[in-house]
Design a protein around this ligand. Structure first.
Ligand SMILES: [Zn+2]
Ligand SMILES: [Zn+2]
Length: 128
């Protein structure tokens, strides 16, 4: 699972870590390059992160090159600063998990086996 990357300056979350070596899953023309698996033990570099899908085309992506480290990782779309901290590490946090569509949002019962099972629960227990 990718981790959210938190900008050390503005706390904005525009990027996420990359899970494996390979090409960026978000190909945006010439800016897309080989990306590297995020390793928290190594110095951060620009190839370890991807712009989150919802921001592609909204903000300019950064150059994802392995030789871009420290202040070279950026600019952050929120503040224009670098995306790694003073120790050349990314600040990360787990991404919120998507809610299971077959779990009742009201009483957390489930997961139901089918959409119908959930609707009949909603009708009988919550009157909806
Ligand atoms: Zn920022
Ligand atoms: Zn319920």
């Amino acid at each position: 699972m990718p981790l959210d990357v938190i900008c050390p300056n503005c706390r904005g979350v525009f990027f996420e870590t990359n899970d494996k070596d390979g090409f960026s899953p978000y190909v945006t023309g010439l800016r897309s390059t080989m990306v590297r698996e995020y390793d928290p033990d190594k110095a951060a570099n620009a190839a370890m992160i991807n712009m989150k899908a919802e921001f592609l085309g909204v903000y300019d992506d950064i150059l994802h090159q392995e030789d871009l480290v420290g202040e070279g990782i950026g600019p952050c779309p929120g503040c224009g600063g670098a995306l790694s901290d003073d120790n050349w590490k990314f600040i990360t946090r787990p991404q919120p998990q998507e809610a299971d569509p077959l779990i009742c949002e009201i009483c957390d019962r489930g997961p139901f086996k089918t959409e119908q099972g959930k609707s009949s629960h909603m009708r009988q227990i919550h009157g909806g």
